[in-house]
Design a protein around this ligand. Sequence first.
Ligand code: ADP
Ligand code: MG
Length: 710
Amino acid sequence: MNNRTEKVPGKKPVTSTPHISTDTPVQFLKGVGPARARLLEKLGVKTLEDLLYFFPWRYEDRKNLTEINNLSHGSQATVMGEVTSIRIVVTPRRRMKIFQLGLSDRTGSLTAKWFNQAYLKKYFKKEQKVLLSGVVRGNPYSGSGLEMENPDFEILDSDDTPVHMSRIIPVYNATEGISPKQLRTLLFNTVQIHAARFRDYLPEEILQRNGLRPLQWAIREAHFPDEIQNIHDLNAGASEAHRRLIFDEFFMLELGLALMKKQDVAQKGISFQQKGTLVNSFLDSLPFQLTGAQKRVLQEIREDMEKDIPMNRMVHGDVGCGKTVVALTAMLTAAENNYQSCLMAPTELLAEQHYINIHKLVEALGLHVVLLTASVRERPIEDIASGKSQIIIGTHAIIQEEVKFKNLGLAIIDEQHRFGVMQRADMKRKGLNPDILIMTATPIPRTLALTLYGDLDVSIIDELPAGRRPVRTKVYFPAQKDRVIELIGGELSKGRQAYIVYPLIEESEKLDLKSALDGYEAFKKIFSDKKVGLVHGRMNHREREEVMALFKSGDIDLLVSTTVIEVGIDVPNASLMLIVHAERFGLAQLHQLRGRIGRGTHDSYCLLMGYPPFSEEGKKRLKAMELTCDGFRIAEEDLAIRGPGDFFGTRQSGIPELKIANIVRDVRVLEVARRDAFSLIEKDPSLKNYPLLRNRLTEKWMGMLELIKS
Ligand code: ADP
Ligand code: MG
C-alpha cells in the first residue's frame, strides 16, 4: 500500500513520496514544507495522521448564500460581495480605531466593522470578492444601512470553487501565518490523497451493532461533507461522521483501560490480614469519630487489601473531607503485615506536611517514617532498601531509579490530578504488584470518574466532618483594600490565623516571588504587632518546614505565600484566606486554595481580591466561587466555563488524547463504547483475533506499550 501511486482527478500523480504512512511527518506531504510544518506544529499537527484528525471547529453552509437585500436583522448569515470601500475611522472620544469595509452584491450594500483591528486593512483591495459571515445588525445612525460587527471573513480568488464555495465548508482553527482558507485547501488535498491510508480497525460486529459508518468515509465527511447535509448536526458534533470518530476515540480509550484492569486482575497480589494491632490504637487515638463516608470507604479498601489480586482503587472526596486519615489507616494495615508503604504527593511542600502530620500520629506506634523529596539532603535510600523504614513519604523522587524498596506492599498517590497513568505504572514496578490507592480532590461526576479511570474502582467520600460550615466567599476590588485589611485584623484579633496567597505569574517565577515578597513586607508593616510569615517554592525544605511548623503551632499569625500551599495544608485554626489577583486563577485551583480554610469549627472567610477588567470567564469563575462551596458544583461549573478540553489533563496523564470527542457532550456514546470495549477484552484479552485493532491500540497508548503487550 505504501508504494502505490495515486491518481487524483486534475492533479499530477503523486510519485515523489513513495513511503508515506500515517506517521509520516507533515513536512513531506504535498503542499507542506519545513516552514509550514512548523506552523502546523503550533496547531499540534506533526504527522499525516494528526493532520487528517485535525477536524474543523465549525462548518459553514455556502450552498445558499443570502443576498444582501434579503438579510434580516439579528440573523446569522453569510454573504458574498465585492469590496467597495476600505477605511479606518477613529472614534472621537475614546480614540478607538475601527476598520470599515463596504461590500455590495447586485442587490444591495453592507458595512462590516472590526474594532481595534486596523491591521486588517492590509488584507483587502477594492473590487475583491469577499465572504462575510456574522450577525446582521441595522445601524440606527445610517438609515437603512446594514452592518456586521467583527464578522468572519474570507477573501476569494477566481479559481476557488469547489473547495471553498457552493457547499458546506469546514472552518479550521488557524494560527498566525496560515489562514483558515489555506488550511482548507491543504486538508482538501490531503483528504483526497491520503484518507484511504486508514484501514478500518473496528471489528465488524461492533460497527454493525452500533450502526457505525466506515472510517474512511467518516474522515472524508467530517472534513468535506458531501452526503451529510445537515449543518446543525455537523456543528453539534452529532453527524454520522462525528459519531463514528467520537466512538473510536472513546473505544480506544476504554479498550486500553479494560486491558489494564484485566491484567491487574490476572496478577497475584498481596493478601493483607486485618490484625488490628496498629490500626485500632491509631483510630482510638484520634480526637474525632470517623464520618460514615470515611468508614464505608475504609471498609471498601480493607476488602480490596484482603484479596490476593492487587488493589487499584481511587478515593474521591472534596477538599477537607478527611482523606489523609483513610490513607494512613491503610498504610498501617500494610505495616501490620510487615510490608512497606509509601505516600506520593505532587509537591514538596505537601509531602513535607504529610510527613509532619503522619510522623506525629504514628511515632507512638513505634514505626519508622521517612521523607524522600529532591531537596532532602541525606536521602534515606538505605533505610528504604533494608526495610528499616516502614512508611515512606515523598514526591515523585520515590519512583526514581535508585530507590529500591525491600517489600513495598501499598502505594498511595495523593492528588491524582497531577499524576497520570504512567506514574502509576512506575509505582507498580517498585514492588511486587503492590496495592495502589489513588486519592483525589478533583470532584468529577461519578459516571465520568468510572469511565475516565475505567480501570480503577472508585470510592467516594461524600460527607464532610460534622460541624463544618461553608466558607463565606466574596469578591473585593482594590478600592476596598481598607475593608479587607479590617477583616483580616478582625480575625487575627480573635486569635485566628490567615493566609494571603499571591498568584503564579506564568512568564516569570521571579515576578511571582516578587509580588509575594512585596506583599510580605507590606503586611508586616500593617500588622506590626502580629507575626507574619512567608513561604514560597524557592525556599529549601528546611526553611519551608520551619515556617509551616510555626504557622501550624500558631506562632505565625499571618502566612503570605505563593500558590505552593494549594493542596493539602491543614491548619484548622486558620479562618481567613485572601487571594490576591483572584481573577487570574482557575476555578479548580481557587476551590483547592479555599479548601485550606473552613477546616475547624469557626466561621471562615475567603476574600477574592480581583483587579478589573475581568475577562468573561474570569467573571464567571469569581461568581461561581461566591455562589457555592460544593466541589461537585464547582467542577460542573468549571466544565461549563472551560469546556472539557483539558479538564483531565489527558496529555500529561498518559491516556490517549481526545481530539473530537467531548466527554460531557458525548457521554452517551462514551457509555456504549465503554461497554463494548470491556466486553471485547473479556472475550479476547490479547486481541489475537483483531490484529488491526491491536496495532491501533498500541499506537494510541504509546507510552504504555509494555502494559498492553501480552
Ligand atoms: P483532605 O481530604 O482534603 O485531604 P484532610 O485529610 O487533610 O482532608 O482532613 C481535613 C481535616 O479534617 C484534618 O484536620 C483532619 O484531621 C480533619 N478530619 C478528618 N476526618 C475527620 C472527622 N471524621 N471528624 C473531624 N475532623 C476530621
Ligand atoms: Mg489531602
